[in-house]
Design a protein around this ligand. Sequence first.
Ligand SMILES: Nc1nc2c(c(=O)[nH]1)N[C@H]1C(S)=C(S)[C@@H](COP(=O)(O)O)O[C@H]1N2
Ligand SMILES: [Mo]
Length: 387
Amino acid sequence: MNNQTTRRTILKGSLAMAGLGIAGIPEWALPLLAQGDMLVPFTDIPDNVRWEVPPDRRTLDVRTIDGPFTPADKFATTQHYGHPEVDMATYKLKIGGLVNTPKSLTIDDLKKLGSTELVAGFECSGNRGPLQGLSGNGKWTGVSLKTVLAAAGVKANARDIVFFGADHGEEEVEWRTQKYKVDYHFGRSLPREKALSAEPFVAWALNGQPLTKHQGAPLRLIVPGWYGVANVKWLSEIHAQEANYVGKYQSRWYRTVRTEMVDGEMKVSETEVTHMQLKSFVARVTKAGNAHKVLAVVLNDGTPIKSVEIKVDEGPWQMATPDAATKDKYGWKFYTYTWNGATSGDHTIVSRATDATGLVQPTEKDLESKKSFLEQNSQAPRKLKIA
Ligand SMILES: Nc1nc2c(c(=O)[nH]1)N[C@H]1C(S)=C(S)[C@@H](COP(=O)(O)O)O[C@H]1N2
Ligand SMILES: [Mo]
């Protein structure tokens, strides 16, 4: 994006935001009335940031958010082995292992099982400040995973349900002193109870359009409230088994290491990356007349949000207002705050979310015992300059 386009896109975004309160009018239908709303520049964006890394990666510029649903061509995207070749004409989803009737289902077969919509946002577990751009929110069309699994009938002794993508690559698998080169498929699993619960979803469309290659065409898993890694793209096989699946991207890459002093002794804990930790971030600040408007975005595991507060420099925490257009349990939620009396110069602005259980988004210091970098949900101060 050159500066001109960036600014135009952003202005369009901030104008659309201004219209969210008008009853009955979808915000994307509002005309570009906005003269005057101006984006306040963040001064903490690294010079070398690459929003697009062709052919297959993209980071969302959160300043450009212009509605509750992230358009497919702006949706952040990433994966481990690039995009696989999937032949849409012969594509089938295989369901096997500990099932009563192994299945091989086309997209049309899946559509016959039902078709519903689900609003779910997610972020990559590696997402963090200052950009926070590995995040997005979608309206997905598909069928619940439990309906798909019921078509095959999961046997009583199946404890773990494994999901494989069509993507694969060469890996060196290490065991003690030995190393093997193997063709490795991307795989993730869900415990039986989670897989058969109401939420997990098998999606073939995003925002009303068939999934693109970036989003895993023709089919992906969506586990609402969980980090991105659970949402297996190019879903090609479901395997029910008794043993826990311990593949690379299940048990080795996506885990979090914490240390804790217990009675003067250092203890370590390692946990799998599963549901999203409570997070909010400041997406942008705009100048509207004499006031400044702050947009904050919240994402978590679906636990209701109690409040989002904003703090400017060393000032007090101030309540932000929830946006009526973003109320879905698993979707991201917008909060706005009007910042009056902003003085010219450099400022720091930060948001913090509190959920209905009283859990408060941690500070960076609170997360000191977290040694690995995934699940970075701390309050994330942004630096900006007012003209
Ligand atoms: N098949 C497959 N699915 C995958 C991955 C992958 O490498 N292969 N990466 C996961 C990770 S780490 C993330 S963050 C999300 C990204 O989904 P998106 O590209 O739609 O944003 O896909 C997940 N699903
Ligand atoms: Mo990820």
